[in-house]
Design a protein around this ligand. Structure first.
Ligand code: CU
Length: 404
């Protein structure tokens, strides 16, 4: 299939044509097993001695998450209007969100990670108010340096999938990625969990998975399916992970010196490369038989310039609300391909990131960025990718700072 997609009718001055537009776009905390109060854990998962902050009284735990990969119909624009302008979608926006005879519109079948209450995978764990902003992302998986994290993964999809994490310590049986690594078949059950299958991934959290010398009290990692990595990403199988310094965490693993955490993924979600493209055409286009998947205008309409799966400010504002003076930590991540160069910009307030004061940070595919904000300016503020083309295509949201 051609991956070359030309932009729909745009002045050549601003969009020289032809252009390559791959614009794509846990209590579960179940089993919490307190081990002995240790300052040093030896042989964690075979990873050798792990220092757990001399002087800390932190009791390392095993945190267990029940993670399903589910088929979900996701609407990138649930409000049905452009919530940045406060107006109905204009012609530029309609390309991406309005259904039509040869348009899928704003709803697509996706594969999403969702959290369940237990190993029966019969009951979804309700998302807390604090997690409502996650949108399309999987649940936040948390650990503290010294912990062990277990992810019990159930594949409810019709194709193989996996869980591959960044940052934490894993053996080959928990890497979640198939390639010729010379390992035995017993170490490959994690690579591609079959439809209906279950696999338990085990991760150590040594010091090298936690905050480094220049970090704050917590760092971000990500997890995603790595069985068919590109298609799995465009299907939507991605989520955030946070590791907090021992001695700096609340019992639930959140950093004590932070009042609110937000996790936002900037991605041009290319629905043309989703494994569900044919089904999405059949289910959502007005006249499926007339759709030509190679048509550049059709291709363009499926490039969803989204933040957590929302376009044109459709992320509910209530879910990204904080108070003046609170200690707010933003965890941002990129994903995707060469069009996924994003520069998230906060209006109204500043952050510190990488030790510097700024109000714009940089994201590339699979970048992870932590930015701390103590908002001093109340109001409803724009938060958007500063890449011009991405602004036009809807990669914008809002955040709200209430008075103290
Ligand atoms: Cu961008």
């Amino acid at each position: 299939m051609s991956e070359t997609v030309a932009r729909k009718v745009e002045p050549s001055s601003s969009h020289p044509a032809p252009r390559r537009r791959r614009h794509l776009g846990i209590a579960a905390l179940g089993a919490v097993v307190a081990l002995a109060p240790v300052l040093f854990l030896s042989g964690l998962l075979g990873g050798g001695a792990v220092s757990v902050q001399a002087g800390s009284s932190y009791l390392p735990q095993t945190r267990t998450y029940f993670l399903g990969a589910d088929e979900v119909v996701w609407n990138y624009a649930p409000a049905g209007v452009n919530q940045i302008t406060g107006q109905p979608f204009d012609a530029d926006a309609a390309v991406f969100v309005e259904p039509g005879p040869q348009r899928i519109g704003s709803s697509y079948l996706k594969s999403l990670y969702r959290e369940y209450t237990d190993a029966s995978f019969g009951t979804l764990k309700p998302r807390s108010d604090a997690d409502q902003h996650l949108g399309m992302l999987g649940p936040v998986i948390r650990g503290v340096v010294g912990d062990t994290i277990k992810v019990v993964f159930r594949n409810n999809l019709d194709r193989p999938a996996s869980v591959h994490t960044h940052g934490v310590f894993y053996k080959k049986s928990s890497e979640g990625a198939p390639y010729d690594d010379g390992t035995a078949p017993t170490d490959k059950a994690d690579d591609a969990v079959p439809p209906g299958g279950t696999h338990t991934y085990t991760y150590g959290v040594p010091e090298r998975a936690g905050p480094g010398p220049m970090d704050g009290s917590s760092v971000m990692w990500m997890y995603h399916s790595h069985t068919n990595e590109v298609a799995d990403d465009y299907a939507g199988l991605v989520g955030p992970m946070v590791i907090t310094k021992a001695g700096a965490a609340r019992p639930d693993g959140t950093p004590r010196d932070v009042d609110r955490e937000f996790f936002l993924q900037f991605k041009v979600s290319d629905e043309n490369q989703s494994p569900y493209l044919a089904r999405n055409i059949a289910d959502f286009a007005g006249d499926p038989a007339s759709v030509n998947p190679q048509d550049p205008e059709f291709g363009e309409s499926n490039l969803m310039h989204s933040i957590n799966g929302y376009v044109y400010g459709n992320q509910p504002l209530d879910t990204v609300t904080m108070r003046k003076g609170e200690r707010v930590r933003w965890y941002l991540m990129g994903m995707g391909t060469e069009v996924d160069l994003h520069t998230p910009h906060w209006h109204g307030n500043t952050v510190t990131a990488l030790g510097m004061r700024t109000d714009v940070v940089n994201l590339l595919p699979a970048s992870m960025m932590v930015a701390d904000m103590v908002p001093d300016d109340a109001g409803t503020w724009l938060f958007h990718c500063h890449v011009n083309d991405h602004i036009t295509a809807g990669m914008l949201t809002r955040y709200r700072v209430l008075p103290r």
